[in-house]
Design a protein around this ligand. Structure first.
Ligand code: AMP
Length: 445
């Protein structure tokens, strides 16, 4: 039967995060949790799938994510349909989580909470993109959002500070922070119109600077801001000639942006302005930012964020201000790995090398006590010769081998061998626990 021979493989664009990498992932996410919680952000756990329409409305029905990249399915059973009272419903795996956070904010009446809602999430997202290094179909994000009544530039600055402090703690230091302001509903529409006119002109002229490709040509009419996102080399000379939003901000937006920059300076955050950093949707306002990291090739953005003051209303809530970011964990981890500056992560502390039936109960008991003291301990299930035990301990990367043989049982002691230099001591149970605990404290410190 050929079916039995089928070799199952992870689906294209998905992958397993195996040990020891998984320890680095956990450490990265835990560092994020610690940092974000120190800024008084709290976790929101969200569903992995939502109504397709939620994403269509929030991300934009004409965006690539919604148009081409979502994993969408419809309700499978008639029974489900009856229960929900809907004739037909389509769901999508979430391609991002801001839409879900906003949906949850409205649904759970969070606008009545005191102060701003400061929420973070950690988890997988799904987009059917062409897989390559740093780009997957199931990828992971850590995101934070602030929702509430205020749009003070200090909120934007604190969110950005928190992000950069986290990257620093995580050892992601070879980064560049780009910021921009894309105006608001007063100053952006006339700018977009100006951009459209200029693009039409440049395109019609077909001058020495060249022509726009088909995607950008289409965007002149649908969403000219998106032309600024283009990475096509032949379009760059044209884009360089386009009017910049910074010259067209209204007074309130200009003031907000200059306050943001002051606030970043106050907080010691280095940034570069990038006038091409845009978000093409109407509800985005003012601040946009992005962080790129070294060692990643073309997929070098490790975080994107911005203000979205119109989104809550767009999804049926009351007028609410909002700002947030999403960090791409896969890429951040890749960049840390490429830098070679990996944190010291907890590894196997003790391998218990026991031999002889009399040694076994002692081995089981001391193993339990060491584990209780917080050490990672491996106890072989079957008896092995010491030579083999020590060889395996070495291969597993244990720091110590705890040798328990007949001699040790008779004398009521343990032999502790440090594998790095073969240094060996004989210790009572009390001394052993003391020694390993203090050593654990030292290596953590
Ligand atoms: P976005 O939600 O598109 O603003 O993306 C935010 C961040 O998520 C990006 O800066 C990337 O680091 C990461 N990201 C987005 N799409 C992918 C993907 N397909 N694979 C890996 N990371 C991604």
């Amino acid at each position: 039967m050929t079916e039995n021979k089928h070799q199952f493989r992870a689906i294209k664009g998905t992958r397993d995060i195996l040990p020891p990498d998984s320890a680095l992932w956990n450490w990265f996410e835990q560092t994020a949790r610690n940092t974000l919680e120190s800024y008084n952000f709290r976790e929101i756990r969200l569903p992995i799938f939502e109504e397709t329409e939620l994403f269509a409305r929030s991300i934009g029905a004409d965006s690539d994510v919604v148009n081409k990249e979502m994993y969408t399915f419809s309700t499978a059973h008639d029974a489900d349909r009856k229960e929900e009272g809907a004739s037909f419903q389509t769901y999508s795996l979430r391609p991002e989580a801001t839409a879900s956070v906003v949906r949850a904010y409205i649904e759970n009446g969070m606008q009545t909470l005191p102060g701003n809602a400061k929420l973070y999430y950690v988890g997988p997202m799904f987009r059917r993109e062409r897989p390559q290094k740093g780009r997957y179909r199931q990828f992971y994000q850590i995101g934070a959002e602030v929702l509430g009544q205020s749009d003070a530039p200090a909120i934007d600055a604190e969110v950005i500070e928190m992000l950069m402090i986290f990257f620093k703690r995580a050892g992601l230091t070879r980064t560049t922070l780009y910021i921009n302001s894309i105006g608001d509903k007063n100053c952006r529409p006339p700018y977009v119109e100006l951009l459209r006119e200029e693009l039409r002109k440049l395109n019609d002229e077909a001058t020495s600077v060249g022509r726009l490709g088909p995607d950008s040509q289409r965007r002149i009419e649908t969403n000219p801001l998106r032309v600024l996102d283009s990475k096509l080399p032949e379009e760059q000379p044209i884009i360089a000639k386009l009017p910049r939003i910074s010259d067209h901000l209204c007074d309130a937006c200009r003031e907000h942006f200059s306050k943001l920059k002051e606030e970043l300076t106050l907080r010691g955050i280095a940034y570069e302005e990038n006038w091409r950093l845009v978000r093409g949707l109407d509800y985005y306002t003012r601040t946009t930012f992005e962080v790129i990291a070294e060692g990643l090739g073309s997929q070098n953005a490790v975080c994107g964020g911005g203000r979205y003051d119109g989104l809550v209303e767009l999804l049926g809530g009351l007028p609410t201000k909002g700002i947030g970011f999403a960090i791409g964990t896969d890429r951040a981890i890749l960049s840390i790995q490429e830098s070679g500056k990996l944190p010291q992560l907890p590894a196997l502390a003790v391998f218990v090398a026991w031999m002889g039936p009399a040694a076994y109960p002692t081995a089981v008991n001391i193993t339990r006590k060491l584990r209780q003291a917080g050490l990672a301990v491996e106890l072989p299930a079957e008896e092995m010769r010491f030579k083999k035990s020590l060889g395996l301990a070495d291969k597993l990367g244990a720091r110590y081998a705890l040798i328990i043989g007949e001699d040790e049982v008779t004398s009521g002691t343990f032999t502790l061998k440090r594998l790095a230099d073969s240094d060996q001591k004989k210790l009572s149970e009390f001394e052993l626990l003391e020694y390993l605990e203090s050593e654990r404290r030292d290596t953590r410190a």
